[in-house]
Write a protein that binds this ligand. Structure first.
Ligand code: SF4
Ligand code: SF4
Ligand code: SF4
Length: 422
């Protein structure tokens, strides 16, 4: 297998094809701490792209309650178990994190789904370790919603003791998911028809419906289970990253790149999506004032979902701060503790950048930070805290200002004549 650089794993890895990278890459950050599982994102995608006959079971955007929920059911537990069985006891990270060595999360020494496939008994045609979920596992996208863990392995019961940060004994959280438009897509690697391609201009991964014959190799291979088979057309479909919006060709976009439907509709303001510049080896080119670059590579509060699978996913998550760390480390890698520490005790710039989420539907390409006056001084969980009303300014693809906003939300007092009126 050709070797490619996987910067999330801090090493080269085997992939089915030679490395090839787009000019810019579609990427996003979801802040799990803010998601309220309103499912507005889910319905925004459904009502735009998957409302037709044969698509009833398809939820390109979904929000599942972790740890018990999953769409399809138990998708992550199943692929993690397969990897463990392929490489027992060795699915580990080593080497301390070092951005200078190109290993921001350390080095992953275990096997990816591409590497494990070479050594595991699978059909000759299988290029990626995976499985095909049976139909019934796609049927209940919201299964176990709000079911907490009440003690190890106990579902849907409250733990006997009360809860207090930093970690809750009774816990669950909402994991919002779409296709990760991976840098090394497993779906693309597995397709014997070469019907799946990654667009050179923005890294969006699409399935050519003319070429697809519905063999479902991509459904089997995608570890995130974001390629979905449609029985009445006998083809597979997947999230298309709302590409007319990202291109700026959507009638509503005024010619400027616009965030996708599921991003723009997010009630909890947890989502930010953009386009990031890449180096020749597929790592992110330094772009200090791009908010996604800042959150992933400077503040390091946003982490990839299951990086150990090896697809180099382009979806990043700010981990939920109340959840037991071993669970989060398995899900987001070794950067979890540092990410939560920084999120819980943000510096002035991070607090300002977090205000950029969902103030505009246009993609933010650059931000500026302006210091403001001190507005609060006190202590929080024993630590001194000082708050400033700093300003953050967002700029679009044409370099013009999209909006500016402050850390303190503006307060509007309703005039007396409108009090208690609707
Ligand atoms: S998440 Fe799955 S469907 Fe999407 S690009 Fe990655 S491997 Fe393909
Ligand atoms: S990016 Fe667009 S197509 Fe993809 S899940 Fe979101 S709304 Fe659906
Ligand atoms: S719209 Fe936003 S807050 Fe609501 S479920 Fe989706 S990601 Fe969570």
């Amino acid at each position: 297998m050709p070797q490619v650089n996987n910067w999330q794993l801090g090493r080269d890895m085997g992939y089915v094809y030679d490395a090839k990278y787009p000019a810019r890459q579609f990427a996003f950050v979801f802040n799990i701490n803010r998601c309220i599982a309103c499912q507005t994102c889910t319905m925004a995608c459904k009502s735009t792209w998957t409302f037709s006959k044969g698509q009833e079971h398809m939820w390109w955007a979904n929000v599942e309650s972790k740890p018990y929920g999953g769409y399809p059911q138990s998708w992550d537990a199943k692929i993690l178990r397969m990897l463990e069985e392929a490489n027992p006891g060795e699915q580990r990270w080593s080497e301390p994190a070092s951005a200078d060595n190109g290993q921001p999360y350390g080095q992953y020494d275990g096997q990816t789904i591409f590497e494990a496939a070479e050594q595991t008994l699978t059909p000759d045609s299988a290029r990626v370790l995976g499985y095909l979920p049976p139909d019934e596992e796609w049927n209940s996208p919201n299964i176990y919603e709000d079911n907490p863990v009440g003690g190890r392995g106990v579902r849907d019961r409250l733990h006997e003791t009360g809860e207090q940060l930093p970690i809750h004994n009774t816990w669950f959280f909402y994991l919002a998911r779409i296709c990760n438009h991976c840098s090394y897509p497993a779906c693309l690697a597995a397709c014997p028809r070469k019907a799946i391609y990654k667009r050179p201009e923005d890294g969006i991964v699409l399935i050519d419906q003319e070429q697809c014959r519905g063999y479902r190799k991509c459904v089997e291979a995608c570890p995130y289970k974001k390629a979905m088979y449609r029985g009445n057309t006998r083809t597979t479909e997947k999230c298309i990253a709302c590409y007319p919006r990202v291109e700026g060709t959507d009638p509503e976009s005024d010619g400027q790149p616009m965030e996708t439907r599921c991003m723009a509709s997010c009630i909890g303001q947890i989502r930010m999506q953009g386009l990031v510049q890449l180096n020749d080896d597929g790592s992110w080119a330094e772009d200090r004032q791009n908010p996604l670059y800042y959150l992933v590579h400077v503040a390091k509060v946003a982490l990839p979902l299951y990086p150990q699978l090896g697809t180099q996913p382009n979806g990043y998550y700010i981990p939920p701060r109340w959840v037991p760390r071993p669970y989060l480390r398995q899900m987001f890698g070794p950067g979890v503790d540092e990410a939560i520490e920084r999120y819980v005790n943000p510096d002035r710039e991070l607090l300002a950048v977090l205000q950029l989420f969902r103030r505009s539907n246009k993609i933010i390409f650059r931000y500026e930070f302006e210091e403001g006056p001190q507005v609060y001084e006190g202590t929080l969980r024993g630590r001194p805290v000082t708050l400033y009303n700093d300003t953050v300014i967002a700029f679009g693809s044409d370099g013009n200002e999209l909006f500016r906003t402050t850390v303190e939300e503006p307060l509007h007092v309703r005039p007396e004549q409108h009090a208690n009126s609707i």
